[in-house]
Write a protein that binds this ligand. Structure first.
Ligand code: VGL
Ligand code: ZN
Length: 198
């Protein structure tokens, strides 16, 4: 595939936070190993002056998704905690970047970065039509954010060299990719971008 980043494109980096890294509250194997590739994408969009949206899971301390409150997850990404911070090596440019906090209401969870956030209007303001999505977790927030984008009429690409999943049950990630493909996403990787080769 040959892709170039245009004025209608944005990058969405999903939930690259300490609690999702190995050793974190909801650690994902290999999540730290995609940081450098994500940084490659961030630099590419930065170089071409296109916006980058960094989402973060940002839960109140009594969040409904936590086991102690009847949810399915260990306590994670509590607002302002160390675990909720972005990975220390994640490259966050000083311009043209936005942080989107999700899951911020105590009594409902949001796997999609479009749920209860300003992401849609921020993209609309810039006339963004196509979004490239990477980060964690393939089988939760990445998938739901990507399907949310499709539902809102965006073209989407799943950056398969810059994602990792939870894989609570074997096959969850493969099923998530299948679902995204059926919904109409493209799969791409860094070498597909011609701007990067020149
Ligand atoms: C996520 C589980 C719980 C995610 C967030 O970012 O994919 N997964 N909260
Ligand atoms: Zn969460």
């Amino acid at each position: 595939m040959r892709l170039s980043v245009t004025k209608k494109d944005a990058l969405i980096v999903v939930d690259m936070q300490n609690d999702f890294m190995p050793g974190g509250a909801l650690g994902i194997d290999g999540a730290d190993r995609i940081v450098e590739r994500i940084n490659d994408y961030v630099r590419l969009f930065e170089k071409l002056s296109q916006p980058v949206y960094f989402t973060r899971d940002w839960h109140p301390k009594n969040h409904i998704s936590f086991k102690e409150n009847g949810g399915v997850w260990p306590r994670h990404c509590v607002q302002k905690s160390e675990g909720a911070k972005f990975h220390k090596d994640l490259y966050i440019p000083s311009d043209n970047r936005f942080v989107i906090s999700k899951g911020t209401f105590e009594d409902f969870d949001a796997y999609s970065a479009f749920q209860g956030t300003e992401l849609k209007s921020l993209l609309g303001e810039r006339a963004i039509r196509r979004v490239f999505i990477c980060g964690v977790a393939t089988d939760y927030c990445v998938k739901h954010t990507l399907l949310g984008a499709i539902n809102l009429g965006f073209e989407t690409s799943f950056l398969y060299d810059a994602v990792k999943g939870v894989e609570l049950h074997e096959g969850d990630c493969a099923a998530a990719v299948q679902e995204m493909l059926e919904a109409g996403t493209l799969l791409c990787e860094i070498d597909d971008f011609i701007d990067r080769r020149v």
